[in-house]
Ligand binder design. Sequence first.
Ligand code: GAR
Length: 223
Amino acid sequence: MDSSSAQERPKLVVLISGSGSNLQAIIDQVGNGTIDADISLVLSNNPDVMGLQRASAAGINTEVINHREYDSRDSFDRELIRRIDAEQPQLVILAGFMRIFTPAFTNHYAGRMLNIHPSLLPEFKGVNTHARAIEAGANQHGASVHFVTSELDGGPLVIQAIVDVNEDDTAETLAGKVLQQEHTIYPIVVKWFCEGRLSLDGNQVRLDKQSLPPQGIAHRAES
Ligand code: GAR
């Protein structure tokens, strides 16, 4: 962090749409001091999701901005920006947030918004990644953490967790293995960012001032 905020713990805003298990992994590591930051707000576009309960249970402010109540992507994104910026967060974390953003939104948070996606990007952008990986006969699958740009699931990669696909894997078993890895790699990346070790320079990701390769860091699941 820069010197003006050196005394303050970085503030995080987390956006969710559902179960919030990645949110929980981050809450846990903030709670035990591994990540030195405050989660100031959890925002969901869906009411009544488990992720909101997880946040409330941890004493974190929550809010719902229901996209169904907005007549355009623009107006929904504008409201999100208004609400997020009121918190003045250093980092915006997409943790299973299942809405496509306008370029105005992604540009606004360039270099300070992360996403986790359940595939080894650039493979299997979009949804149903586990079933598609099995259908394609992939030997390896996984999850990627990346900075968010206007290209859907296409921003610069920070880390990829790689899991083997076994012959008897189904989309469900594979999803479980990948999700477990997500809970490992996402808090690591958030910690790096909060410590001022991770940054985006143009399209280049830097960790401890070193440029990362295009596919980011490879994290292999122990089997
Ligand atoms: C996770 O698998 C995450 O990678 C995925 O949604 C799930 C959310 O789970 N995100 C995307 O597909 C984004 N394109 P969670 O709510 O339990 O963290």
